[in-house]
Ligand binder design. Structure first.
Ligand SMILES: [Zn+2]
Length: 277
């Protein structure tokens, strides 16, 4: 598993590949509050992105690069301000580099459809969807285009590294670049399983000190969905510890889930079945 020692990422007991980028703000101690996820929008060989971020003329960097095979390169300690988000704001607060950790995922970015299952990147490389799982998708944030799936190795690395970072720095949120630079940036791409990773991370460090009382016999579930995932039934009238709130299944604010603890099991209940004390 990943852990952090002296602001450096380690896997088991070994430090991951580490270089110190010149593209960082000196005499600034970063106190990270969350994570911004990016696509490299570059070649699939992640070393080309590592080399770019090590080049002073790039004037860009990030803390981590996640390669296609799940390998991780660190480019600055986590208490160093790197230059990944550019002009940005989170809920009206500008300059997101000053309070976030930047993670770059190796991915070519938006692709142009050539037909016959072929796609071209902005830097001229051609990819076949039979080889790279490319889908066409349109969203308000991304517009339309072809998008390459992230690898399973990348997603697993991001999840376990994010958990280590959340625990080490008491982080509160993870967002893609498009969230903090809307209109200007499209990364991460629409195939990124954002809700999945947010449901595992956001709220993790919120100290609610709240309890909820169950209004009915309620299924407690491993996952905030109605799939076959019931842990136990919590009886009507029980008062249970609320660990996290504010997780919504979709944009409808009626679909909130609570993470609660009962009988030493953590799991999810549908919020309308509980009364917030
Ligand atoms: Zn970005």
């Amino acid at each position: 598993m990943y852990k952090i020692l002296n602001h450096r990422l380690h896997y088991q007991n070994d430090q991951v590949e580490y270089f110190l980028t010149p593209n960082r703000t000196k005499n600034f101690v970063l106190k990270p509050e969350g994570i911004i996820l990016h696509d490299t929008a570059g070649r699939l060989d992640g070393n080309t992105s590592v080399n770019w971020f090590m080049n002073p003329s790039a004037k860009a960097s990030a803390h981590l690069i996640i390669h296609r095979d799940g390998k991780v390169t660190q480019l600055a300690p986590f208490n160093t301000k790197t230059w990944h988000a550019g002009r940005s704001n989170l809920n009206g607060r500008p300059g997101v580099n000053s309070f976030s950790i930047g993670i770059e995922i190796v991915n070519p970015g938006k692709l142009t459809t050539l037909g016959n299952g072929r796609y071209r990147s902005w830097f001229g490389e051609t990819y076949k969807d039979s080889e790279f799982l490319i889908s066409e998708k349109t969203t308000p944030e991304h517009g339309s285009g072809g998008w390459m799936n992230y690898t399973e190795e990348q997603l697993l690395a991001i999840e376990s590294i994010s958990i280590a970072l959340f625990d080490q720095y008491n982080l509160k949120w993870v967002w893609p670049h498009w969230k903090v630079s809307p209109g200007r940036k499209k990364d991460t791409n629409p195939l990124f399983p954002l809700e999945n990773i947010q449901s595992k991370l956001m709220g993790r460090n919120e100290d609610t000190n709240n309890t909820v009382t169950l209004l009915a016999n309620t299924n407690q579930r491993r996952w905030p969905s109605y799939n076959d995932n019931i842990i136990q039934v919590i009886p009507k009238g029980e008062e249970v510890e609320l660990i996290r709130s504010g997780w919504f299944q979709n944009d409808a604010d009626t679909a909130e889930w609570y993470l609660v603890s009962y009988n030493n099991h953590e799991g999810w209940i549908f919020a309308t079945l509980a009364y917030l004390n």
